[in-house]
Design a binder for this molecule. Structure first.
Ligand code: ACO
Length: 383
């Protein structure tokens, strides 16, 4: 935009609502329907796997069977944490540190072990992308092992990313097939989401022609916040605080009265409900019942209904994913890192798209500060 070109103000000043910041063929939200590369999320949730969805996001088409086999092989081969790197990971504090902060640091460190870290060619980015997707879940499980002073089990290279995540997280206990399927579905649902805050952060960093790991670190920083990926953890903390169904309605009314946000509710784009939340709601109902703790689903639905009645707002992806993860015995502070384990596939797709058709992001700020200030020597300043 040249100087003198009209600058947006007013409604676009906060949060860029309604602003189209780039063209993209990765994922779209149209008429309340979420699609990855033209496939609806419902179709992918029903039929696909996380590995296949990652291939789709990066290649703009579904793989044939030999391509999928090869892609999975590549991921499996890279499901490994270098021993020297692991020793360094052990030095990063894990107590009184949010796992997302730990993960952000670890991904940044990981680049020092990647011989292609500074290579921005498409071939290198694909190879780095494979390594990052394969290792992201391992990093989260390494955090869990390190903070509990336990050894990290070896991944099983014949199994999927979802299977390995559940297996490693739970100290080498074989996960139930049904739980692996559900976790894989969660990974699919979170894999991408148009120009959300962290995808935008990815694209902004990529647009300076910085490297892929740096773009992932930017994205992780953006995802960490409670208004974005951090909300899933906040939902479970809220449910625990409420504790019983009798207290749920009052909790919401008090929060609204105090003008506090109810976590996991509302969305900038979806005004008629997040399609991912509809899928997760069913899973939450089943899993909390199977676990013998249906109160978490019951409290959730009461909040959901009260928020709709009071504010016309509906749950987003983070709302029912909280109780799904809780039922899968995942520690509450790992919910947002799990989001990253999945969303990294989408971030990489956005980075690839940005590199392929780049122009640096450089918007303008509308000046609202002081004007015509005059320098005062320090000894003459009163304030
Ligand atoms: N609880 C209470 N009120 C809410 C909520 C909520 N969760 N969400 C929106 N509102 C209200 C606001 O107070 C505001 O009301 P007002 O007009 O009376 O002042 C109105 O709805 C608009 O809210 P904004 O915050 O301006 O909406 P925005 O589009 O900027 O934000 C967001 C969307 C961040 C998702 C918001 O709904 C929110 O903070 N939700 C809770 C956090 C959350 O769940 N984040 C995860 C989002 S999904 C994801 O990123 C993976």
């Amino acid at each position: 935009m040249a100087e003198g070109v009209q600058i947006y103000s007013g409604a676009t000043d906060k949060g860029l609502e309604g602003v189209v910041a780039c063209t993209t063929g990765v994922s779209s939200i149209q008429d309340n329907t979420l699609s990855f590369r033209g496939f609806t999320i419902e179709d992918l949730a029903e039929n696909s796997t996380f590995e296949e969805v990652t291939f789709l996001l990066w290649n703009d088409r579904l793989p044939n069977s030999s391509e999928l086999k090869e892609f999975k092989n590549e991921l499996s081969k890279n499901m490994v944490i270098d021993e020297n790197f692991f020793q360094v990971l052990k030095q990063i504090p894990t107590q009184k540190v949010h796992p997302m902060a730990w993960l952000r640091t670890s991904v940044s460190l990981l680049s020092h072990w990647d011989v292609q870290a500074q290579d921005n060619s498409e071939t290198a980015n694909r190879s780095k992308g494979i390594r990052l997707v394969a290792q992201m879940g391992l990093l989260v499980c390494a955090f869990e092992a390190i903070r509990n002073g336990k050894p990290m089990p070896q991944p099983n290279k014949d199994k999927s990313l979802a299977w390995n995540f559940m297996y490693l997280l739970h100290g080498g206990v074989e996960p139930k097939t049904e739980h692996v399927k559900i976790f894989d579905l969660c990974l699919i649902l979170h894999a991408d989401h148009e120009l959300n805050c962290s995808a935008f952060a990815t694209r902004v960093t990529t647009s300076s022609l910085s490297d892929l790991h740096s773009a992932m670190v930017s994205a992780l920083g953006a995802l960490k916040g409670p208004l974005h990926g951090g909300a899933n953890e906040a939902v479970m903390v809220m449910l625990k605080r409420i504790g019983t169904i009798e207290k749920a309605k009052q909790f919401v009314q008090d929060a609204l009265q105090a003008k506090e946000k109810v976590m996991g509710i509302g969305h900038r784009v979806y005004k008629n409900g997040d399609p991912r939340a509809a899928i997760l709601r069913k899973l939450s109902q089943k899993l909390t019942l199977d676990m013998g703790e249906p109160q978490w689903y019951q409290i959730s639905t009461l909040i959901d209904e009260t928020m709709f009645k009071e504010k016309g707002l509906m749950p987003n992806v983070d709302f029912y994913s909280a109780t799904v993860y809780y039922s899968l015995k995942i520690p509450v502070d790992l919910y947002t890192p799990i989001f990253a384990v999945s969303r990294i596939s989408g971030w990489i797709a956005h980075a690839m798209e940005q590199y392929a058709n780049n122009r640096i992001y450089r918007p303008r700020g509308q000046w609202v500060g002081k004007k015509d200030q005059k320098w005062t020597p320090i000894e003459k300043r009163n304030t």
